[in-house]
Design a protein around this ligand. Sequence first.
Ligand SMILES: Cc1ncc(COP(=O)(O)O)c(C=O)c1O
Length: 389
Amino acid sequence: MRKLADRLASITSFHVMVLMEQAQQLEMQGRDIIHLEVGEPDFPTPENVVTAGVRAMEAGKTRYTTALGLPALREAIAGFYQNRFGVAVPASRILITPGASGALGLLNTLLFNPGDGVLLTDPGYPCNDNFLRQVGALPQRIPVGAETGYQLSAPLVREHWRDHTRAAWLASPSNPTGTLIPMAEMSAIKQEVDAREGALLVDEIYHNLVYDSEPETVLSLPDEQDSLFVINSFSKYFNMTGWRLGWLVAPQQHVSDLEKLAQNYYLAAPTIAQHAALEAFSPESIALYEERRGIMGRRRDFLLERLPRLGISIPCVPQGAFYLYCDVSAITDDSFAFCQQLLNGCGVAVTPGIDFGEHQAKRYIRIAYSANMERLQEAIDRIGQFIGR
Ligand SMILES: Cc1ncc(COP(=O)(O)O)c(C=O)c1O
């Protein structure tokens, strides 16, 4: 048998894939499955954005862009930061990437040597660990609970930083918990990181999707030490998952190295998607996105009210993303088995906690409210009947 790279052994796949395959088989047998496991919005890309993509194709805009991305799109993102958040981010610091995922690969290659440590939360987005291992870096996963909103805090960063630690990697709002890091805490974390000459990586891919407040960005904090790297994407708020487009805001001094890496890794982000994304910032698109944000918020409130009645508790109210990180320990001591039971028993697919780490993973499931209200209501009824509540 062909010998493959040793590093493969350290890369994990999603347990939820097993469930999704089972769901597919059940669907092929004619069962109706409610999908609350999927990490993408159920809304289609707005029509005007799609039309902009089609027009670009028809106009023959089908060749590579430069590795940093279309200048007009980099300007449009800079304009978005300025107009929406009042934050001046020069377009020259913005790189267009193939999804936020493209940015993750660049950052790991830019920043980490083998043996370098990076602070992350457990639970957290699992691909981050895998990206780090690709470059031989060491994920330092810090167990977090509802007391810190499942997020890192300045004291946790202080407590867990070691000699080999080079960075802290945060997500606000987070996947899987939907929780935010308040800006004051973010600032305190940044001070801890800066004091240790580390880098602060902040994944803001869900940051426009918040429901109790107006969105904020970590880019509003001063960054004299050039330590801040911010990842974002057109996938979630902009409803463009399949277009594979994201962006990275980096300190100016690192842009040319990132450009060099991008040229080698992927040459450029998808051209058609970049032209389509220009339209995502039009007033018409933003009005629709905001309407959809309102819909997401109402779904969250509905589930926050109904799930606890089924014995499914949400220890920490998520302010954003479209996920609820639910404690099912009143019902089961193995949330993965519970996910399988829910799928087979009542046709509701959710994601097990083990997909996001090890800390208390068997207590938790992630429910994504990326389904319409009717389907959510139906899911609640089915789960209620299935577990006899
Ligand atoms: C926290 C987080 N970061 C990054 C990504 C990557 O998204 P994309 O590559 O579609 O932009 C995801 C996708 O679900 C995510 O949840």
